[in-house]
Design a protein around this ligand. Structure first.
Ligand code: HPA
Length: 289
């Protein structure tokens, strides 16, 4: 990208606006749906669907289980922007490309992002199909999307990550989980570059480091979201127990299949969280007036 990220994101935003009805309310809540979890986007009413390939500067998803489009519409009257699929570093994209959609969601006006993913369960108390709210993360991808000159229009050079995953939003997630009758613990997500699944020795090391979950996405997106002062809620679906936890090999089919059978729980949880975030945004905006 020779153009600045700021200008490229503004171009993508302007293009997206041309696709929306003139009277559309701008989404203040964005979601990124991980592997096998894309079905939630099908619940949007009056959806405007924009394939990633149509959006200027957007990276293209290449992995099965990630359909690769931006869907803007309403859930129970709440306007949301949903990334149905995402791209990963292992596809050959730079950290800046991987996180470009987050820049665009921010440029569209989102002040909250719900980042979801499929993850391996390191914590032995977890079970396959469990949903976990992220309390924090460890970036072991080996790279950072903010490497290079800082653009002050996007955010600060050095910024705080001590509450990367908003306590307030985590509270909403727990209240919503209780309301829909799901057991949703909190956990620390450790991000790796992939594409191979980990070795059992790596998983033991990660457990010692304090990780409960491992996955190949999310951490860079959250770094960029926090750079832009966007509030973040992270939700993992434990699609499999991590390598060596159970005496069985891992495969991508299992990741997708678990997402498939968890999708109803996942949708109910998200649908219960969204009104809480929306109401919180409305009352915060009123307090600022
Ligand atoms: N490891 C890394 N990423 C993953 C896993 C895993 O076990 N499961 C789903 N995404």
């Amino acid at each position: 990208m020779t153009m600045s990220i700021f200008n490229a994101a503004a171009e993508a935003r302007d293009f997206i606006f041309t696709r929306l009805p003139a009277d559309a309310t701008r989404p203040r809540i964005a979601l990124i749906l991980g592997s096998g979890l894309g079905a939630f986007a099908d619940r949007l009413t009056s959806p405007v669907m924009i394939p990633f390939k149509d959006i200027p500067h957007f990276p293209q998803a290449t992995v099965e289980g990630h359909s690769g489009r931006l869907v803007i519409g309403d859930i129970d009257g709440i306007p949301v922007a949903v990334m149905q699929g995402r791209v990963h570093g292992y596809e050959g994209y730079s950290p800046q490309q991987v996180t470009f959609p987050v820049r665009v969601l921010g440029a569209l006006g989102s002040s909250t992002i719900i980042v979801t993913n499929a993850a391996g369960g390191i914590n032995k108390g977890y079970r396959q199909g469990q949903l976990v709210v992220l309390s924090d993360h460890i970036n072991l991808t080996g790279s950072n999307p903010l490497t290079g000159p800082n653009d002050e229009r996007l955010g600060l050079r050095f910024f705080d990550m001590s509450e990367a995953y908003s306590k307030r939003l985590r509270g909403y997630a727990h209240a919503a989980a209780q309301r829909v009758g799901l057991d949703v613990p909190e956990g620390v997500y450790l991000g790796v570059s992939g594409p191979n699944f980990e070795t059992p020795a790596e998983i033991r090391a990660f457990r010692t480091m304090g990780a409960d979950l491992v996955g190949m996405s999310t951490v860079q997106e959250v770094i960029v979201a926090r750079h832009m002062r966007i509030e973040v809620l992270g939700i993992s679906c434990v699609t499999n127990m991590a390598a060596g936890v159970l005496d069985q090999p891992l495969n991508h089919e299992e990741v997708i299949e678990t997402g498939e059978w968890v999708k109803d729980d996942f949708s109910r949880l998200l649908a219960a969280i969204l009104p809480m975030i929306h109401t919180g945004q409305v009352s915060r905006a009123a307090a600022e007036d």
